[in-house]
Design a protein. Structure first.
Length: 341
């Protein structure tokens, strides 16, 4: 089989060899259009970076990029801190940025990170920009996906079992006698939002709970939008006796809506959320959670990344799916009067 050269890539893309070199090495200016042509040609030809390009990596930058959804998210910042501590042991530095779940911002920041010639990338993805993520991988830069998948991309991955966590949350509420259960879900265009919603909906169907569509409301992983959806649920003529909220950020909006109406937890309504426990230490009554094993996720993410940085040989991507655990506390109780449809 013929070895694909940088000249082949240039001919395929219809650009100069110099332009291809700038894209590969992330040095010098090339237009967005030219960059996209080169990236498409690299992927189409399955071009492998040659020895000269690899020698560039040999002059280590000791930089690792990390791109998260929200810097304000305590769960993600805890993971970032664990990874940063591990990198310091290797003499590396973490470059941290956030895309706020915006695909255009994610693409722009991925390009910016690559221009820093990072030795590895930790990405909490939007779920989009598959071609850009694949281009990074094609350049032999280790990529670790955390929290969410990017469909069609094969690389190191560590995520929660989101479907299982949601299913078990509804199952627990059902075991207490709730059948009219509200759900506030996130952004379904990414794997976390979709899997958590799918798990909840399947449990509702399997366990014979109410199939009233007005009980299923979007929160888009946003506190204010969750507040609006929670208010709509609480003001229904036949409101739910329990609400499952698919992440911590949306739960702040849910609790505010409940408190604003003087509704008592769990006397008047039960709530359960999928998220990290540290945010709710001072909440009364203590919140029942489908907990994410935060320390384990951070430690194993750091180990996966460390192995890629210190090992020279290539090996197949590692994919770790971690089951969350139900932490039963005081925010759930049997309904006073259960209304069945």
């Amino acid at each position: 089989m013929k070895n694909i050269t940088i000249k082949d890539v240039a001919n395929k893309a219809g650009v100069s060899v110099g332009s291809v070199s700038k894209v590969l090495n992330n040095k010098g200016y090339v237009s967005k259009e030219t960059r996209e042509k080169v990236e498409m040609a690299i992927e189409a030809l399955n071009y492998q970076v040659n020895a000269a390009a690899r020698s560039l990596k040999a002059s280590r930058t000791k930089k690792v990029g990390m791109l998260v959804s929200y810097i304000s998210n305590p769960y993600l910042m805890s993971i970032a801190k664990t990874i940063e501590d591990s990198l310091r042991e290797l003499g590396c530095h973490l470059l941290l940025m956030s895309h706020n779940e915006d695909e255009a911002t994610e693409r722009e920041l991925l390009q910016l990170i690559m221009e820093q010639r990072v030795e590895a990338l930790v990405l909490i993805p939007t779920g989009g920009n598959r071609e850009m993520v694949q281009t990074v991988i094609n350049q032999k830069i280790p990529v670790l996906l955390v929290d969410k998948k990017v469909e069609g991309v094969s690389t190191d991955l560590i995520v929660d079992d989101n479907y299982y966590g949601s299913y078990e949350s509804i199952k627990y509420l059902s075991s207490l006698g709730h059948s009219r259960i509200g759900v506030i879900y996130g952004v379904t265009k990414n794997s976390v939002g979709k899997e958590r919603l799918d798990g909840a909906l399947d449990a509702i169907k399997d366990l014979g709970c109410s199939l009233d569509e007005s009980l299923i409301r979007p929160g888009e992983f946003d506190s204010e939008k969750a507040y609006k959806s929670a208010t709509e649920l609480l003001l229904l003529p036949n409101p739910p006796t329990a609400i499952y909220c698919c992440n911590n950020t949306m739960t702040t909006g849910l609790i505010k809506a409940i408190n604003d109406r003087g509704i008592k937890i769990p006397d008047d309504i039960s709530i359960i959320t999928f998220g990290d426990a540290s945010q709710w230490e001072l909440l009364q009554p203590p919140l029942t959670l489908m907990t994410q094993p935060l320390k384990r996720i951070g430690v194993e993410a750091a180990i996966l990344l460390k192995n890629r940085l210190i090992m020279n040989e290539e090996y197949l991507p590692k994919q770790l799916i971690i089951k969350p655990e139900l932490q039963i506390r005081s925010s759930c109780a049997s309904p006073k009067v259960e209304v069945r449809d």
